[in-house]
Design a binder for this molecule. Sequence first.
Ligand SMILES: Cc1cc2nc3c(=O)[nH]c(=O)nc-3n(C[C@H](O)[C@H](O)[C@H](O)COP(=O)(O)OP(=O)(O)OC[C@H]3O[C@@H](n4cnc5c(N)ncnc54)[C@H](O)[C@@H]3O)c2cc1C
Length: 395
Amino acid sequence: MIVLIGGGLASARAAETLRAEGYEGPLTLVGDELVPPYHRPPLSKTYLSEPADQLIAPEDVYRANGVDVRLARRAVSLDVERRRVVLDQGEHVAFDKLLVATGAAPRRMPIPGGDLANVVTFRTIEDADALRARLCAGPRVVIVGGGLLGLELAASLRTLGHAVTLLEAAPWPLGRLVRGAEVGERIIALHRDHGVDLRTGAAVRAFLGAERVEAVELGDGTRVACDLVIVSVGVRPATDWLDGSGIRVEDGVLVDAGMRTSARDVFAAGDVARAYHPLYGEHVRVEQYGHSAAQGAVAARNMLGRDEVVRAVPSAGSEQFGRRIQVVGRVQGNEQAVLFGDPTALRFSVAFLDGSRLRAVFAMNRPRDAAAARRLIESASPVDRDAIVRTQELT
Ligand SMILES: Cc1cc2nc3c(=O)[nH]c(=O)nc-3n(C[C@H](O)[C@H](O)[C@H](O)COP(=O)(O)OP(=O)(O)OC[C@H]3O[C@@H](n4cnc5c(N)ncnc54)[C@H](O)[C@@H]3O)c2cc1C
């Protein structure tokens, strides 16, 4: 009996892979949402203007493949010794092999007013539907957090014609993925040119209002009037239900490069996992679509006795005001940033170099650079800064 806990992408890929690889035994997928696994990336992009079906596979495909899908069920604890998971209604699910794929949950802000009505987070299709309903009233929207998701939501809502203010505490947006002026200034310009009131160095101190939020108060006392706040300040891995199980958890479930946890026959994949990455020589939690899918598939194959690892270079994509943004690799913070291409036409890239090693690339409307970066980072090939400047290409 194989049990997959978490009704998201990593579990869906694991289920599909197990059957594709010939596993014919009992297979159960448990998820706490009301719908089977679906694609999250469109939610902050096209879904707000064109709500379309995002299911990875319809429910009858799971049925036809003998996958027992249990929806609206939450795992509350894990007993590794007795090999069983306890669900919220007291039900026990026994397993021989288990996948932990419970993803991540949005962080809330522990500041005054954080629980006012209309201070929301954004992660699920339910959140997206609720936001679409709220938008009918034409609210003035404040987005807190200038990461990829916050920026993407700002672009989508602005494109729909809403008044949007984006507040970022750091000097630049996107700070967790790529640092500094080379990228930050251009992202700020892109958003401001399209009418987003994007403010940096804007630390939020409180949300003000009687029952519903009416304003956001910043550290310097400035108030921004609003009707709706979307808090987008990152996520935390959904590991609470593993407390007391003995499984090693350190900002995510620690797994080796083959997705094995510290407990025998228990694997973890996706946003909940912090996996050893052979390229970096350390454990990293990636929170990206391609990575989560690959981890789900590798976990499934390793459950069947294979010995595979995930060594793909992390990469994230986004779409903002018709511009394609790709971030490939990881920055540590001390890299040299080399800007090339045509920033005025918003077709440019920034390479992040550590000596002659390429660590990451930010590419706007330059998919060739993103593809080259993936190849160069994976092969650890040396890169010449002067050649990039001379040719304006990543070679
Ligand atoms: C709005 C949005 C846009 C995104 N856009 C991009 C993008 O453009 N590019 C990109 O690379 N990545 C993107 N991502 C990230 C990507 O979607 C995730 O990396 C991916 O969904 C992770 O898959 P997962 O299966 O690990 O987790 P999830 O998809 O989060 O699935 C986990 C599931 O487990 C459920 N669960 C949690 N706890 C329990 C429990 N105790 N019991 C049962 N079920 C539980 C959760 O409710 C959820 O349904 C985006 C994410 C979001 C939210």
